[in-house]
Design a protein around this ligand. Structure first.
Ligand SMILES: [Zn+2]
Length: 368
């Protein structure tokens, strides 16, 4: 039996699995990403940071020995982007030690493909997490039983810290630089909130964990921190309790704006559940603009199914119905089914297995 190494590299956690060619997972290891103690060294046209590749190597060796697998033939990695040259480039999500240099414009890389390929003497495939996830969905998830993948039209959407999508319309939709279907930056609102990308009114500014926090903070600021009326009062008291649980109530007392730093998506959902209209407004925005973004996806690609994953959606599946209802208001195609991904939080792992398997199959074709 031949075995595959597959890695899901997120912003804060990494999961390493070993699977057989059929996608049966033999072992799974999960750890926080270790970024302390590493340093940048010159690499290509900038600097490379090897600490994360070292962690992946040691996790893979541990997985190999714990599972008593003799060797891995190929490795697939699904990673938070942006990606370039087999590396993460200028990572916005993974927090790294500061680089002290005079070359302030030099790109900072986290090399992944070269170090893993050299260590295990095998080929390594790297794709961004949404592209990886749609492959997982096609081969092991919602598209698993469709034999002819050319007849399959499937979209995977993740709703977590960010908002992203991967599209399969008979084949993987990539775009000129692998950035197709940037659903998070679909324009949904004139004069809307500022997005992390710098533009105003992107879907992600409302439909993501980061967007929910920003939307709630802006509303709290407009309401003078929820002190004046009922509007926002529950969210305010939950945020105060969160500050107190970290021993920071005095700081918040002294600098009232500090309370904004304690607003998180779970608190917003809890406040809305308790009847807070400010928090409910944030969730209504998420469903409204999420539905518009989904309608754009449906109108553009006419998929049979849209599957949803990501920590926020997996924890709050009641969001599906209102997002679907809003989508239906804006489409001119037969409505796709909108469901939770059957692969749950493991969708990127399965995608990394699919990536690795594609490499293995292309090697075998080349040998024939
Ligand atoms: Zn944007």
């Amino acid at each position: 039996m031949e075995y595959i190494g597959a890695i899901d590299l997120g912003a804060t956690k990494v999961t390493t699995v070993i699977a057989d060619i059929d996608g049966n997972i033999v072992i799974r290891l999960k750890e926080p990403i270790q970024t302390e103690g590493g340093e940048f060294t010159p690499w290509r046209d900038g600097f490379g940071y090897y600490k994360i590749a070292e962690q992946l190597v040691s996790m893979l060796y541990r997985a190999i020995s714990d599972s008593a697998v003799s060797e891995i033939k190929v490795i697939g990695i699904g990673s938070a982007g942006p990606l370039s040259d087999g590396a993460i480039i200028n990572s916005t999500n993974i927090k790294l030690p500061r680089l002290v240099t005079t070359y302030t414009t030099a790109p900072l890389y986290i090399p992944l493909v070269d170090p893993l390929s050299a260590e295990f003497n095998c080929r390594v495939a790297l794709e961004n997490d949404c592209t990886t996830a749609i492959l997982g969905e096609v081969y092991y998830g919602a598209g698993k039983d469709v034999k002819d993948k050319h007849s399959l039209h499937l979209v995977y959407v993740t709703l977590s810290t960010g908002f992203g999508a991967g599209v399969w319309n008979g084949h993987l939709l990539r775009g000129k630089e692998g950035n197709a279907a940037e659903i998070g930056h679909f324009f949904v609102k004139e004069d809307g909130l500022r997005c992390g990308c710098g533009n105003y009114g992107c879907a992600e500014a409302y439909v993501s964990g980061r967007g929910m926090e920003k939307n709630a903070r802006m509303r709290m600021i407009n309401e003078r921190l929820g002190c004046q009326t009922d509007y926002g009062a529950t969210l305010r008291s939950l945020a105060l309790a969160a500050a107190a649980s970290e021993g920071l109530e005095k700081e918040v007392d002294q600098y009232p704006w500090q309370i904004l730093n304690f607003i998180t998506p779970p608190l917003i959902f809890a406040a809305a559940h308790a009847g807070d209209r400010l928090a409910q407004g944030v969730i209504d925005d998420l469903c409204h603009y999420g539905g518009i973004a989904l309608a754009n996806i449906a109108n553009a690609y006419d998929p049979q199914i849209i599957t949803f994953g990501g920590s926020i959606m997996l924890n709050q599946p009641q969001l599906l119905a209102p997002i679907y209802a809003e989508m239906v208001n804006h489409i001119n195609v037969r409505a796709p089914k909108v469901i939770l991904t059957p692969l749950g939080e493991h969708v990127v792992e399965y995608g990394a297995i699919a990536l690795a398997r594609q490499l293995l199959e292309s090697d075998q074709l080349a040998m024939e």
